[in-house]
Design a protein around this ligand. Structure first.
Ligand code: FAD
Length: 475
């Protein structure tokens, strides 16, 4: 049997059209294409793709069912391990995970595992997701802090094990970065909402507008619940720390995207959210957050949208697909270029940025080649808006307010590989423990922590029961 060497293409909106709207860019596979793509899978005995999946989906098995046209069974296999498949099927960096180790890569492109996962998740949602089976209650109560992918995965898995789960979320909506960070054209909010509904159907309760560390303390939660998971993410923006950074017109990517997503500036004029971007926008950084910001600026009407990055295209951390989409949409990439100061007008509004050219030296501690400034290479660029997207640190509130909690160098919570912190009953995972990473890694961390919490709560109960029994016998 000969295998098609390239993935089946996924149809998408034309670049000229899509920069005028916030609708999702790719349309997804139809049934016929999904079956054809699934038939490219070699059904390897050693399943390397599964080792590359942090949430442990039986990938060859669900693909086999797609190839046979049994989409319901494929959905069952995915859902057994992953409660957010329409999300991971859209934003997961498969190229570094399951697809990165696919056997067919030896002769061509890997199987489009992400595209197939998305196809099944969309098929199931359109058809109407089946209500999950009720599980016998263990009587244990778990609290989850943060309704991002780490917290939601942990909550869903604990509920499937029969524990009573309550999620405490600071915002008025669930999803974390899925909702307030990643734009509508990459991950429609309706899809996140639908996946959260499924988690609620598992029995999970979500309480909104609760800022743990302010509204209620972590200690109080530890008193009231048998185990607590912290999944509060990395939403603390880093800045360039250069002169002029406080000028009017300079946003952190976090603020910019939150205004667009959570405060619905993307639905202008229906929602009159204040966001002023002018004609020329420069985004600093080249990760997913930067690509999202630069592409959002175009959709909000910027005539020019720059990505300004101090390294070369080889080191850009964003997913290849996002970079490609950005290029198609007309984002201007100014690489090996570093800002050194912002210049404002007499009203304190941003009008220019001064940059210098860089060259690459030896690799630094991140493994990427170190950027070195080239002297006398200053360049002044006219801009109205700057978006700083050079990374985020863990949210500091819980690390700062929970007494005795062990914290690492960058403010992240120290855990073992199963999310145990140094405080009994307190677990953590996702960006708050690893620093800013990916959706699937956060989900994997939530999953491992759920198992460790289950074990902790069961053994705690066993100990309590044994000591009660001893007391009765002694009496
Ligand atoms: P978060 O998603 O940050 O969720 C944390 C939740 O905790 C939030 O809802 C927050 O409101 C809540 N919270 C915080 N503090 C408190 C408190 N004190 N009390 C109660 N609740 C609290 N990853 C990918 O894999 N692919 C991508 O394409 C991708 N694109 C991205 C684009 C953007 C713009 C951003 C910002 C990130 C992107 N990422 C991407 C990274 C990914 O989104 C994160 O790694 C992931 O969301 C981390 O999940 P989390 O659950 O740990 O944290």
């Amino acid at each position: 049997m000969t295998v098609k060497k390239t993935k089946h293409a996924m149809p998408e909106q034309e670049p000229k059209e899509r920069i005028k709207n916030f609708k999702e860019v790719p349309y997804g596979y139809d049934e016929e294409t999904a079956i054809e793509e699934a038939k490219r899978c070699l059904q390897c005995k050693n399943k390397p793709c599964m080792e590359g999946c942090p949430v442990e989906i039986d990938i060859p098995c669900f693909i086999k069912y797609i190839a046979e046209g049994d989409f319901d069974k494929a959905a069952e296999i995915i859902k057994a391990k992953n409660s957010l498949p329409a999300v991971s099927g859209r934003v997961c960096p498969y190229e570094e995970q399951c697809e990165g180790v696919c056997t067919i890569k030896k002769i061509g492109e890997p199987v489009g595992i992400g595209r197939l996962e998305r196809f099944i998740a969309d098929y199931e949602r359109k058809k109407g997701v089946k209500n999950p089976r009720k599980v016998k209650s263990t009587g244990n109560k778990a609290a989850i802090i943060g309704a991002g992918p780490a917290g939601l995965t942990c909550a869903g898995d604990l509920a499937k094990m029969g524990h009573e789960v309550t999620v405490f979320e600071a915002f008025h909506a669930p999803g974390g970065v899925l909702m307030y960070g990643i734009p509508e054209f990459r991950l429609p909010k309706e899809i996140v909402k639908a996946e959260v509904e499924y988690i609620k159907k598992l029995g999970v309760e979500i309480k909104y507008d609760v800022v743990v560390g302010k509204t209620i303390s972590t200690e109080e939660l530890l008193d009231k619940y048998d185990a607590v998971f912290v999944g509060t993410g990395a939403g603390l923006p880093r800045f360039l720390n250069i002169p002029g950074e406080n000028l009017d017109g300079i946003y952190s990517a976090n603020e910019f995207l939150t205004r667009v997503n959570m405060m619905k500036a993307y639905k202008f004029p229906e929602y009159d959210t204040p966001i002023k971007i002018g004609d020329i926008v420069a985004t600093f950084g080249a990760g997913n957050v930067a690509m999202d910001s630069a592409r959002t600026a175009l959709r909000l009407g910027a005539k020019k949208s720059y990505i300004i990055y101090r390294r070369s295209d080889v080191e850009m951390p964003a997913r290849d697909e996002e970079i490609e989409h950005g290029k198609e949409e007309g984002i201007i990439f100014k690489l090996l270029t570093n800002p050194i100061r912002f210049i404002g007008d007499d009203k304190g509004r941003l009008k220019q940025v001064v940059c210098i050219k860089m060259k690459l030296g030896e690799p630094d501690e991140s493994g990427r080649r170190r950027p070195i400034p080239i002297s006398d290479s200053e360049e002044v660029i006219d801009i109205d808006t700057a978006i700083i997207a050079i990374g985020q640190n863990p949210n500091p509130l819980i690390p700062q307010t929970m007494k005795g909690l062990k914290i690492e160098k960058w403010g992240n919570i120290a855990t073992d590989k199963n999310g145990r912190t140094n405080i009994p009953g307190l677990f953590a995972g996702g960006d708050i423990a690893t620093g800013a990473a990916t959706v699937i890694l956060a989900m994997g961390a939530g999953k491992r922590a759920a198992r460790a919490m289950d074990e902790y709560m069961r053994s705690k109960k066993l100990k309590t029961n044994i000591s009660k029994k001893h007391k009765v016998l002694a009496y």
